[in-house]
Ligand binder design. Structure first.
Ligand SMILES: Nc1nc2c(c(CN[C@H]3C=C[C@H](O)[C@@H]3O)cn2[C@@H]2O[C@H](COP(=O)(O)O)[C@@H](O)[C@H]2O)c(=O)[nH]1
Length: 347
């Protein structure tokens, strides 16, 4: 049986058949113009992955690549039912929520340990292949009475993924990267084939479609942590699309590039859960992905038309990073815009 449509093909097909989610052409142009003003700035640059985010590794070595692998293996489902009541992790004097609470917990574990050992080797496959549930609960403990969501799933996935990394790649994700011969697509497919928890695939209108959100962000974060050089010099990084999570749709609606039907908006405002693979959930993810592809095309046209001299590569990965960070920085402005609640291990 041939594989599912690629994420880009899936998104195009979904956008053409969507009933409750729509892309607004004027909004797409306005977002492209917002991004055009940043095209020579520090944000739309590969270096911002380290420069703007203190929890990301500074190094570009094997340990940093394995840090990226374990965080992206657990990079899912941080939202809480009540925004003011959520998992928080304090680290080096700052408090982190959401995705950053995961990174803070990983770095806290590496710094501390079961006395007197130097630290909990949470990024080592030989450790997390057999880590116990109670150790995982300790490592990812929250400073509030709200635990990190899906902690049992996180434990199961750590054991499963660690065992496979040991069996197939001598315990290091850098070996998996090297097997991909500097192709982002080869790496994405090798990850999806090797690690079951990355298989973000579902159905829409009778077709098998894929988003591969965590596999794509893993490739992107590997490219970023290796600074686009050496083993991370992916010649086809521009073929990676935005990552279909629950934050990007929210910020695209906030910016006017995406619109929901009245019925769907009412459902989201009530905080109703959508299941993974539901028609409306797939439409939100697929239309968001296609929307960012159209924004990128529009931005590249603007750069061409206005003759903006920019040597650097503008791709969907950098647009995604920028929009995701924008959503983080404008949380208050986006208060009235609901995001969809799906509890799953894929995003
Ligand atoms: N589309 C997209 N989704 C992303 C990210 C990231 C983290 N990437 C950062 C790390 C290094 C780079 O510097 C990036 O800035 C996490 N997520 C997803 O968001 C959700 C968490 O949101 P909240 O509850 O607000 O923390 C959850 O589904 C998670 O999987 C991204 O970049 N793009």
């Amino acid at each position: 049986m041939d594989g599912p449509l690629t994420p880009r093909e899936s998104a195009k097909f979904i956008a053409e058949n969507s009933r409750d989610v729509f892309i607004d052409g004027g909004g797409v142009r306005r977002v492209a113009e917002l991004l055009f003003a940043k095209v020579s700035g520090p944000e739309l640059d590969l270096g911002s992955w380290k420069a703007l985010h203190e929890l990301n590794p500074r190094a570009a070595d094997e340990a940093a690549v394995n840090w990226v692998f374990v965080t992206d293996t657990l990079n899912f489902s941080f939202w809480s039912e009540h925004e003011e009541h959520k998992c928080l992790v304090g680290y080096r004097g700052k408090t982190y929520s959401g995705y950053w609470s995961l990174c803070a917990a990983v770095n806290r574990a590496l710094d501390e340990g079961w006395c007197p050992s130097p630290g909990i080797p949470i990024t080592s496959a030989s450790y997390y292949a057999t880590v116990t549930l109670e150790q995982v609960q300790h490592i990812f403990r929250s400073d509030t009475d709200v635990p990190m969501p899906l902690i049992e799933e996180r434990h199961r996935i750590l054991n499963e993924t660690g065992k496979i990394l040991l069996e197939k790649f001598e315990g290091s994700f850098l070996n998996c990267v090297r097997k991909s011969e500097k192709s982002a697509q080869k790496l994405m497919h090798l990850v999806v084939e090797s690690f079951p928890s990355y298989r973000d695939v579902t159905q829409f209108e009778g077709k098998r479609i894929s988003f591969y959100k965590r596999a794509q962000i893993l490739v992107a974060d590997t490219w970023s942590v290796l600074e686009g050089k050496g083993d991370g010099c992916f010649k086809d990084i521009s073929s990676i699309t935005m990552f279909a999570d629950y934050r990007l749709p929210q910020v695209l609606v906030h910016l006017g590039a995406l619109k929901y039907s009245k019925e769907l908006l009412e459902k989201l405002l009530k905080g109703e859960m959508l299941s993974y693979g539901d028609r409306q959930e797939v439409e939100i993810r697929g239309c968001s992905l296609w929307c960012v592809e159209l924004i990128r095309d529009c931005l590249l046209e603007l750069i061409e038309k206005k003759g903006e001299k920019t040597s650097r590569e503008i791709n969907s990965v950098l647009l995604d990073y920028y929009l995701w960070d924008y959503a983080r920085d404008h949380r208050a402005d986006m208060k009235g815009i609901p995001f969809h609640h799906t509890r799953c291990i894929y995003y």
